[in-house]
Design a protein around this ligand. Sequence first.
Ligand SMILES: [Zn+2]
Length: 464
Amino acid sequence: MSREIKKIVYCPAGHSSNDFIYSDARNFIFFESCLLCTKEHFIQEFKTWSSGNANIDKNIQESQTSHINYKLQWIPYDNFQNIKYIADGGRGSVHSAELKNGIKWRWNFIKQDWENHFISSEFALKEIKDSRYDLAEFLKMIKTVNNYEYIVNYYGISKNPSTQNFIFVVKLFNDDLHKFLTKIFWDLGWETKIDILITISEGLEILHAKNLVHYNLHSGNILNLTTPGRGTDIYLDLCTLENDLVLNINNKNDKIFGLIPYIPPEVLRGNEFTRKGDIYSFGGIMYEIVTAQRPFADQAHDTCLMIDICNGVRPKVPDFMLSWIPEWYLDLMYRCWNDDPSERPTAIELTDLFCDTLDAFGGNIADNFTRQLKIADENQKNTSKSQKQELFELFSHSSKIHPQSCYIGRCIRTLHGLHYLLEEIKSGKSSDPNLLLKFNESSVNTHNIDEETKIKSKQKNDIL
Ligand SMILES: [Zn+2]
């Protein structure tokens, strides 16, 4: 048998296609560009820019020298044009903007200049106003998962010259999962529902395989590119870091950042947020996929709800929707919500189960799972007008959403943190007359939330 011998090519700088660019990847010379030249030019330019933070610079530089395609870049603020406000989030604000000059993609050895990509393309700018946020740590995580499907791509970092806040430059999406579901829910069949869940569980699988935990999974962090009715194109956004959890001397967390309905009971009690915690949050997504409602939307998100969740209370599926949902699906959702983290499935188990179900559904295999899905689809189609009217009312957020619910990420005192504060009050150690108010921080925050913020929280989710 003859084996085709690959011709070795050289660039004008003398690099060969046989050279290694990394220990496990060979150089590639094509269309007037060479990966080694590109890498060398990124390195030459290290001294021409700085974010002003050595750790951030180090992470950007490492991504430029350690990955072929997904290089983070320092993007000067004057590269943005047509900047438009989108929304405020838990840690900052989000704008959209066009990249006037795009971003550096590869070095052209004939033109002796950069070839830029994404010229005049629109991106999302996430400006981080919370100074506690360790951006360098976050970049370290982004570097390890930036090249994966199902996870939102980060392209670079910039700085707002007027506020001095750092900005992440991220792919711009049309919708988050919550908005997507409210638009498409009537026409959403089980094939698409399962397809969406596979994408999310695969995103989690990637994180968990790298020993990362999402910590803040909810429908506002699942972003969508397609318009309703055209299939799914779903991505998992990353936004929370391990260091959001404040470990005290007893190895318990006093505070946690997130949305109460998606935070697992063990974390509300003050224990560690593990991969199994993400699975609990995934249960909330499963609920929303079948009801188009976010969990506990009709309740105040306060300390009472935290105690209820720790006592086993879970969101209820409206009775008239039950015939649209296969029994195995409800069982799986409640397994994700199990109080005992070890009883919850893993991301791999979820992906495998959903993939097998989708295969059987597409292949018309008449097993019990598929049969239940087909019956559920039929029941949804045959739902009477009056029932649909009931559902419509459920969708009309103004009447059903509790005014003290909150779907913007915020700092929440865990039950352990509350206990500690109560002890301080009891022992008279605290001289702060407002401590009693702070005691119930999670509800006080919501009670005090101004009208404008309340409206925004209904219109958008936790983007940051
Ligand atoms: Zn070269």
